[in-house]
Design a protein around this ligand. Sequence first.
Ligand SMILES: Nc1ncnc2c1ncn2[C@@H]1O[C@H](COP(=O)(O)OP(=O)(O)OP(=O)(O)O)[C@@H](O)[C@H]1O
Ligand SMILES: [Mg+2]
Ligand SMILES: [Zn+2]
Length: 494
Amino acid sequence: MSYVALYRKYRPQTFDEVIGQDHIVNTLRNQILQDKISHAYLFTGTRGTGKTTTSRIFARAVNCPHAKEHNGNPCGKCGVCQTVGTANLDIIEMDAASNNGVDYARDIREKVQYPPVNGRYKVYIIDEVHMLSTGAFNALLKTLEEPPAHALFILGTTEVHKIPATILSRCMRFDFRLVPTPLLAEHVAKIYDAEGKEYTREAVAAIAQAGEGSVRDCLSIADRCFSVSSGKLTYDDVLSVLGVSSKNSIVALAKAVFNNSAADILTEINKLVSDGKDVARLNKDLSLYVRDVLTAKVCANANGILMLPQDVYNGLKEIADGVSVAKLLYAIDQFVNAETALKYALSPLMLFEATALKVAASTGEVDCEGLDRRITRLEQLPHNLRSDAPIVVDKTDPRSIWRGVKVALDRLDDALLSGVWSDVKVSFDEARNFVVTCSDGAYLLVEQKYKKRLLAEIGAFCDNNVVIRCDETVSQGEVDKILNALGKNVKIDG
Ligand SMILES: Nc1ncnc2c1ncn2[C@@H]1O[C@H](COP(=O)(O)OP(=O)(O)OP(=O)(O)O)[C@@H](O)[C@H]1O
Ligand SMILES: [Mg+2]
Ligand SMILES: [Zn+2]
């Protein structure tokens, strides 16, 4: 007999055998028990989580005369249940990926009018329905709007966002979830038991974890592991099948990262890569490992979840004890981001090395106090300083010009420059000079560069000549005294 893949051999035949989708199968079962069957269903969710399987079970259950006696499951013994594939004229399965045209949808529309041959319902299972063309969707919509009483549509898709709202609103929608790892492990164990394959608990846990929530993926891996050893399947066997970077090297790399040892990081990465390890895979393995470290850090019963061999777990725990949760979260964030970036990177190795070094060097903590100080400082700045809107002045009005100059000076963020000019008078004299009169010339001229600066700023706002003058109340002598005290030698204009 030819070999049948495990996932096909163990395709559930009843609702009871479907794992991890209780919320869906219970509803469907109840609809059968209560004769409350709708005309259109939409099954969405990730690949390999049971959409097609459940469609087929439901299709048989609605037509099986004994379903109610079997708690809503197809009985598996009657003529309806035993006629499989195309031989069952009442169950029409089509793949929208290969029949996506409008003609096909019209064909359905015509043929659905003919009553079922054996059962109560004529069931159309349309898989990958998101592949239908717009025309085909419209034709299908017509059928969904006025279906004959015996029609039942089950649409399946992994990409529900591509389904028009008009179709969605006419279907009862069920979202298939990723199946939790422990359920996957139990499932694989049951199948291995049925096949007479021996295994360790850790081996099966590793298979389940690699399935990442998809039953089909998980069973494909289980299939590959099946024949890797003739005896008892071990954790290491599974790792060798998965091509996971030898756990020891990953542990060494993780240690180097969390000890912030740049030299070790680069050495370990180099070792793995020269052993032929793919950088993207390495990044993924490392992030999975960090996730496990996080689990060990925050969960009391971590190995109940991780199900790792004890020595592997001990190594993990040791790393977990020496690193903060914040840093672990930061690390996961960085490696997950790198996963996408690696796909487009011209030099994946460099990107991965940089990411590892960055994680190593960071504490992972946001410096909240520092951030707070900076925000407070920003908030205290005058409004005009925070803005960089253009300054508009009325060039015929000296006070308007001066206001513009002040704003410009404030923006220079130099306390001396902006503070000094507080007490000045401005005017145009007979010769149309722009005259700035300071009550305290000493301040104005503390440093020559401030005067130059002031002249430059005023020049930007007025087209006239500028004269800076000291108030009469301050004598040249007094100013000189102050200037001498400051060790400066500057002359005052005016
Ligand atoms: N919830 C489940 N319980 C038990 N077995 C499952 C489940 N989901 C999937 N499987 C297994 O995986 C195989 C494929 O499942 P199925 O074809 O139903 O997936 P699907 O959700 O339709 O995937 P796709 O999106 O790729 O079409 C089945 O033959 C079965 O062995
Ligand atoms: Mg499918
Ligand atoms: Zn039956």
